[in-house]
Design a protein around this ligand. Structure first.
Ligand code: SIN
Ligand code: FE2
Length: 206
């Protein structure tokens, strides 16, 4: 723990929030989630173009996307039809410590990046409650994270997110555009087969 670096209004970076042992516990918890709710390849609304990350969720709601119905939250896995598994207690503790929001998160999106995956610049705006932040955890290989302003055309800046880091988009920064430009291979030994896991906790409804 747990220095907090306020980047600008509502954007917080906690480098090395989780130590190595805690990171290993989180990976074990994620494996458990994936065993119950397998990773799948999401596709973009309209075009049906596959994303380069694989996804699953835990919590009462999960974020999903498909060609026909687009971005949304739903209580069940789009492939298995089963309810999402529970959010691991360590992640609930994290939320309670850093979110500044009274209620617990309803969704935890699990993104798995292979070393050649990336995520385009976007806003997280499929929630109905923007008073709650988005709390994000990085595990495994480092990435180049890009963060901008409230409009797509705004100037962006980049920082590296490393294994164990926590990033919070809240307050005036809740709707900032953000994305992942690249993964740096061989920058962590946490995940046996490389890649990066990102976990994002969200409150969906007030
Ligand atoms: C996301 O915006 O959903 C993922 C961000 C990240 O992988 O750090
Ligand atoms: Fe996002």
């Amino acid at each position: 723990m747990k220095t907090k670096l306020p980047l600008s209004q509502g954007l917080l970076h906690f480098p090395g929030y989780f130590d190595r042992t805690e990171q290993q516990s989180l990976v074990a918890a994620v494996r458990d989630v994936v065993a119950q709710a397998p990773l799948y390849i999401p596709v973009m609304p309209g075009t049906g173009k596959p994303m380069s990350v694989r996804m699953t969720n835990c919590g009462p709601l999960g974020w999903v996307t498909d060609k026909e119905r687009g971005y949304r939250y739903q209580p069940d896995h789009p492939v298995t039809g089963k309810p999402w598994p529970a959010i691991p207690p360590m992640l609930l503790d994290l939320w309670r410590e850093v979110s500044g929001y009274a209620k617990d998160p309803q969704a935890c999106l699990v993104n798995f990046y292979s070393d050649d995956a990336k995520m385009g610049l976007h806003q997280d705006r499929d929630e109905t409650d923007f008073n709650a932040p988005v709390v994000s955890v990085s595990l495994g290989n480092s990435c180049l994270f890009r963060i901008g302003g409230l409009e797509r055309k705004d100037r962006t800046s980049s920082l590296k997110l490393e294994s164990g880091d926590v990033f919070v988009l809240g307050g005036a920064g809740r709707l900032c555009f953000h994305g992942v430009d690249r993964i740096y291979p061989d920058t962590s030994t946490l995940l046996k087969n490389g890649g990066r896991i990102n976990l994002t906790l969200r409150r969906v409804n007030p």
